[in-house]
Ligand binder design. Sequence first.
Ligand SMILES: Cc1ncc(COP(=O)(O)O)c(C=O)c1O
Length: 365
Amino acid sequence: MSIPFIDLKAQYQHLKADIDARIHAVLDHGQYIMGPEVAELERELAAYVGVKHCVGVADGTTALLIALMALGIQAGDEVITTPFTFIATGEMIALLGAKPVFVDIDPGSYNLDPARIEAAITPRTRAIMPVSLYGQCADFDAINAIAARHGLPVIEDGAQSFGASYQGRKSGALSTIGCTSFFPSKPLGCYGDGGACFTDDDALAKKMREIRVHGQDRRYHHPVIGLNGRLDTLQAAVLLAKLPSFPAEVAARERIGARYSALLADVVRVPRLAEGCSSVHAQYTIEVDERDAVAATLKELGVPTAVHYPIPLHLQPAFAHLGQGVGSFPLAEAAGQRVLSLPMHPFLDEATQDAVVAAVRKALD
Ligand SMILES: Cc1ncc(COP(=O)(O)O)c(C=O)c1O
């Protein structure tokens, strides 16, 4: 038995005609940099998310960097975020010379715990950057209320949550700026690197568009420092081909996630969805005792798994200078030792899912 963790080939077979046609259209017109597909995709994505502006960028990491730069984050500033995330979240704050100020998670959702944010705010705090981990949005109503009280902008790291809804609104539309990634394995993935920033703020959108092209407002005129952070035309073309079936894929992810939960809830801790929240299950992540042993047994049984993420950011060597050792964020640390992600993609059929479930049950015996 060989089960893929994510099946991009099945999706390509399903959408081959449209993807090939879109790629060939780019090869025919030859506008590889900022070709018409980029603007077309931005219009479509802004409409899907329900915001005024979408700015297509090189990848999810660059989306975070451009959002932070547009908000003027600089050396000496503090940005509140979660330690239980992929490195990029804290990394982009640090890359600008700012300090990531970690706040522990709500163990129910694995996202930044709003109840702990206010205690971390100082006169140097300039932004709050929650992550919508595994595909479920952070508690933005609570986070935005705190941010508003303190006059702070909020950036959503929605790299894993594109397509998720929160109280009737979509990930990306929940804060000052929403960022996402189109890394191939993400819920909406391209065939290389890609990402986007979303906002309703005209001035921020203009700034992000300029920062994306070396801080340029007109040809060879650069009012601000930027970078090369553009989205490739070919990647935009792939995303345009995938977008029409994305809502059905989101529905499949929700259905498959719910089925996993129904079949596993009696033996492991399954994902908990907060009231009014959906998850796109970028990862379908359970919690088990003896996680590494369970993962090893599952590997022997032919079931691939992954750990998102074993080491919280405050314990990464790159953040050792912050001086936050073991015990600083106990909930993030505990989650890092217990979480285990199972095969998850919209083309996972019931027979394969049943085999995964049977293997998990066997591994726990
Ligand atoms: C939470 C989170 N933030 C940021 C990123 C960075 O996205 P990318 O790989 O597109 O740069 C990722 C994905 O890899 C992620 O999972």
